[in-house]
Design a protein around this ligand. Structure first.
Ligand SMILES: Cc1ncc(COP(=O)(O)O)c(C=O)c1O
Length: 364
C-alpha cells in the first residue's frame, strides 16, 4: 500500500530517514567517546528503543515510571528515569523494576531520595541516583555545587541507594549550533566545578548525564560529559529545524491529512487539529504556524480547532481540492506522537508496517 492510501489523519515515519538519524548521532557519540542514552519520550515505542540500542546506545531514558514499565516489559535492560519518583505507588513499582534490571533515577530532593532509599533497602538492592543540577533552564535541579555535594554526601549515608553522578538538561539552549559555544562553555565550567567539589569530599562522579537535541552535535564541548539524552533527534520536527538542529529532509515523521473543506474563501480545512498535532506552538524560527506543509510550503497552517486544521491560502496559487492529501511536519513531534495509538512506517512511500505507541498516556 502507498502512504497516500492510508486513512487519515495518519502519522507516518520514513524508515530510512529515521535510521539515518539514529545512526548519525550514534556515530558522533562513538567518535567523541560519549555515551548515548536517548530519551524515548519522543517515540514511546519499544521497537525503536531497541533499534537505538542496536546502533550503539548504552541504555535509554524515560520520564515516567509507566514508560519505564513499558520499555522493561519489552526487554530494555538499562533505564534512566530522568524524573523524580515520589509516592508509595510509584516507589513500589520502581522497586519491582529495579529487581531485574539496571534502574537509575534523576532527582533533586531528599524527599525523593529517602523514598527510593526505603524501597531499595527493602529489596536488598542499590538503586543508582543521579542528582540533577540546573544549568539555566530553571525547571528542576539544584542551584549550587555546594547543595549538590551536600545531597550526594547524604545519599552515601543512606541504604538502598548509590550516588552515581549528576544529571542536567540544557533545555534553555536554543541558539543555532554555531552560536552555542558560550552557553556550553558555561555548562562545561559548572560541570568541572561540581566534579572538583565532589572529589574534594571523596565522591566519585561516575556519570555526567546531559544533552538535548539542539545541542546534540556540540556535546563534546562539555568536558567530562559521559552520556547525552537527546530524544527528539530520532524524528526531528519544526522546532528543531527552526534552530537548524536539522534540515527539513531529516524530519522523519509527518502527519498525513486530508483536505475536508475549501468552502470558505482563502481557506482550506484539514482533518487534523489540536487532537492530532497537539496544541504546541512553534518556539523557534519565525514562531508562527502549527506545522510545515511539505507539498505546498506557501500554504500556511495558521490555526487549529480540536479536529480542524485551518490553512491560509493567501500566498498560494494552489487551491487544494476536497479529498486532497497533504503531509505535514509537526512543530513538536513528541507531543504529536503522544496523541496517536499507531504510527505507520514506510520506505520510499510504500507502507511497510505499523507500531503501537505503547508508552502513550503513561503519565504516572
Ligand atoms: C530531562 C530530559 N532529558 C532529555 C530530554 C531530551 O531532549 P530533546 O527533546 O532536546 O531531545 C528531555 C526533553 O524534554 C528532558 O526533559
Amino acid at each position: 500500500m502507498r502512504i497516500e492510501e492510508l486513512d487519515t489523519p495518519a502519522v507516518i515515519v520514513d524508515w530510512d530517514v529515521m535510521q539515518e538519524n539514529i545512526r548519525s548521532l550514534a556515530d558522533y557519540c562513538l567518535k567523541h567517546g560519549i555515551g548515548l542514552r536517548p530519551h524515548t519520550k519522543t517515540h514511546k515505542i519499544p521497537a525503536i528503543a531497541k533499534m537505538q540500542i542496536q546502533a550503539g546506545c548504552q541504555g535509554i531514558t524515560v520520564a515516567k515510571v509507566g514508560e519505564a514499565e513499558v520499555m522493561a516489559a519489552a526487554g530494555l535492560e538499562d533505564i534512566l528515569i530522568a524524573y523524580p519518583v515520589l509516592g508509595t505507588s510509584k516507589l513500589e513499582r520502581l522497586a519491582k523494576l529495579a529487581r531485574d534490571r539496571k534502574i537509575t533515577v534523576g532527582v533533586d530532593s531528599m524527599e525523593a531520595i529517602e523514598g527510593i532509599s526505603q524501597v531499595g533497602r527493602r529489596a536488598d538492592s542499590h538503586i543508582s541516583i543521579l542528582i540533577e543540577f540546573d544549568m539555566g533552564m530553571q525547571r528542576c535541579g539544584l542551584q549550587s555545587p555546594e547543595a549538590l555535594v551536600s545531597m550526594a554526601r547524604n545519599v552515601e549515608k543512606l541504604p538502598g541507594v548509590r550516588f552515581a553522578g549528576i544529571m542536567f538538561y540544557p533545555g534553555h539552549i536554543w541558539d543555532l549550533p554555531p552560536d552555542q559555544l558560550p552557553a556550553l562553555l558555561k555548562v562545561s565550567q559548572k560541570v568541572r566545578e561540581i566534579r572538583e567539589k565532589l572529589r574534594q569530599h571523596g565522591l566519585e562522579c561516575e556519570v555526567v548525564s546531559g544533552g538535548s537535541t539542539p545541542t546534540a552535535y556540540n556535546s563534546h564541548l562539555v568536558q567530562g560529559i559521559t552520556e547525552i539524552r537527546a530524544g527528539t533527534y530520532v524524528f526531528y520536527d519544526m522546532n528543531e529545524a527552526g534552530v537548524q538542529a536539522c534540515k527539513l529532509s531529516q524530519c522523519a515523521l509527518k502527519v498525513l491529512v486530508t483536505v475536508i473543506s475549501n468552502a470558505v474563501e482563502g481557506k482550506a480545512m484539514i482533518d487534523g487539529g489540536s487532537k492530532t498535532f497537539s496544541g504546541d506552538r512553534l518556539i523557534s524560527g519565525d514562531k508562527t504556524g502549527f506545522g510545515y506543509i511539505t507539498e505546498h510550503p506557501e500554504i500556511k497552517f495558521v490555526s487549529m480547532s480540536e479536529e480542524h486544521g485551518h490553512l491560509d491560502l493567501g500566498l498560494s496559487s494552489h487551491k487544494p481540492s476536497v479529498g486532497e492529501k497533504l503531509s505535514i511536519i509537526p512543530n513538536h513531534v513528541c507531543a504529536c506522537v503522544n496523541m496517536h495509538d499507531q504510527i505507520y512506517y514506510h520506505r520510499k512511500g510504500i507502507v511497510e508496517g505499523m507500531w503501537t505507541v505503547e508508552g502513550r498516556g503513561k503519565v504516572r
